[in-house]
Each structure stands twice: as structure tokens, then as C-alpha cells.
Design a protein. Sequence first.
Length: 396
Amino acid sequence: MDLLNTLVDKGLRRELPTRDEALAVLATSDDELLDVVAAAGKVRRQWFGRRVKLNYLVNLKSGLCPEDCSYCSQRLGSKAEILKYTWLKPDEAAGAAGAGIAGGAKRVCLVASGRGPTDRDVDRVSKTIEAIKNEHKDVEICACLGLLSEGQADRLRAAGADAYNHNLNTSEGTYGDICTTHDFSDRVDTVRQAQAAGLSACSGLIAGMGESDTDLVDVVFALRDMDPDSVPVNFLIPFEGTPLAEKWSLTPQRCLRILAMVRFVCPDVEVRLAGGREIHLRTLQPLALHLVNSIFLGDYLTSEGQAGQADLEMIADAGFEVEGADTTTLPEHRRDAGSGCGSHEGASASGCGSQQSACAPCAAEPEPVAASAAAARTDLVAVRRRGVGTDLPPNA
Ligand code: SF4
């Protein structure tokens, strides 16, 4: 297929595909799916081999957010019966992080609900970073605290944070449909602040919120323009008690096409399979490892993932290997760019930050996949009831 040969060639050269080529990937048929995965897999292996980086989420502060992001179980007015608690103490957070690190995670993502941190919150998180790094000096720490005010990114960097996560989530054109309390440009601004402070930028998307193929391509191209080091791809977890509870529009095949498209547009970037993988990819999860080079281990912020041990077995069974702390994630040419995680030897799922037929590249834009194409699998959505904020151990 000419399209796939072209995309592989471009991916191996780190060349940006056209928007039409990205749209054409989303429009491929189920008959072509394995060819699409194999093609994007070549690009993935060129830049990341068969390594899988493990990341571990610690929800520092859960629920009670004043913002109204419609996909989020922690939003203003959410009726989702999630855990609600205020800031964890540094030693509690360090204990939770230690469980993930023991399970193989080389990055810990410290996430807090809310519009953005106060300066006092930045102090708290700084103490938490110190507590974790005292015990695990090589671990990468990514903070995800919402919109940043001036100077806060510098303070987090000085405290030892390696990265900052803030997702764009969806296209600029549809951002107002998913949130009214802040806008797309606020999010871009925070990612830029993080980069300016020398933090490695992590910014991604949520698929499955009713967006069109054009919206998906728009947000992935917007991400590429910002040049983050990592791009988490979330698939919407339609929580009961949120406005998007009925939004079951993803099939496993659609998820794989989305991941392949992201890989072609961001060939040498850490593409991370994030929240919703278990409920939407289901038994096809191992195929996604041919596209992404990074996943979250164990549970998410407010929902349960599969057991960390099952993640490790899946990686081994699929012929991949967990990336060690002594391996640098990003390819050498990106490390020279001087941004956070790439230069250190050594991210709902990610909340705020913190979800046809073969078609030539010049084909007309395809229609979005109909909602009826996917089955509602509410039986697979489990509110997190273990790990931090509970008396039960985590599942890492
Ligand atoms: S995504 Fe973040 S800012 Fe939006 S409602 Fe959830 S916790 Fe609040």
C-alpha cells in the first residue's frame, strides 16, 4: 500500500506526514489493520527498539476540582463515586511512588486535581519530589498540577522535577465543547512555560469524546508543533456521573488506528498508551505495544487498571522488554535538544494534563466512526478503591 510505504519512509526520516496522510490512516479498513500496525511498528522499532517505558501515577489530591472538563470524574458537579481526598503528605506520596518503582516504573507522575497550583501547593510538591528522590535518585519525576502561573515551572524544576504534563486533550476547534472554565490557549501556554523552564514537556490527547477524524489530526498536529518529549494517548473512560458517561464510540481497531496515526506524526517521541487501554483495546492491548513505547503501570488516578503484574506479563509475552533506569528513553538526536527527560540519564488517566475503506492520501476527509460501532462496556470501568487514599495496597 503506497500510503503505508510513504509513511514508513517519512517516519524513518523523522519527516512530518501530510494531514491527508494522517487522515487516511484513520480511514483504513479492518482488512488493512495489521498492515497499518506493522508499518507504524517499523517506525517505533527504529527509534525505540522493543523497549517499553513504565510510568506510575500517584494521585496527590483527588476530586473536588472547580473546573468543568466534561471527561473528568473529578470535575465540578461530578457524581462519580471516586475517592476524594486532599494533599497526600510527602512520605505517603513517596511510599506510593516506591511501589510503582519496585514494579519497574522509571517515571513517577505526581498529579493533583484543580485548575492549577498555588505557590503553597508548589512547596508541598517540592517536598514530595525531595522525599521521592532521597530514596530513588534516578527516578524521573513528572508533575501534573494544572495551569501554571509565572515562576512555578522554574520552582518545580529547581525542586528536581524532570518533566511537566499538561494535555491538550482535543482540538482547538472543539475545546469549548469539553470545557468552559479554561481554554485551549491556556493549556498551550502552560506547556510552553514548562519547556521554557527546562522541564521535559509531556502533552497528549483523549480520544473518544465525540471528535471527528479532523479533530484528532488537528490535536496531534498541534502537539507536534509544541514538540513535547512524550505524548500520552488516552481513550475516554466514560465514568458514570459525568456528562460523557454514554460516550462509547471506540472500538479496539479504532484505537489502534489512532495510535498508529500518532506514531507516524510523532515518530521519535515517547508515545504513551494511557488511560482507557484496558476497556477499549481489551484483548488487542498487546498489538498496541508495536505502536507505543510507553505505558502506565497498574491503576490510574480514579479508575483501576489491570494488575501491574499483568502488564509485565503482557510486555514479555508480546516480545518486548521493560526499559531499565540505565537506558535513556529518547533517541540521541532528541536528547541534544536540551529538554528535560531526554537529557537525564538515568501523565482520566493522566488527569489535568492530570483519553471504511482504503483511501489514498488525497482522499476526501472521512466521516467520523459512528457511535453505534462500539459496545458500551460499563462492566469494565472500575472506580479505584486501592492504593493511595485507601487502606489497601496498590496493584503495581
Ligand atoms: S481534568 Fe484537571 S482541571 Fe479538568 S476537571 Fe479534571 S482535575 Fe479538574
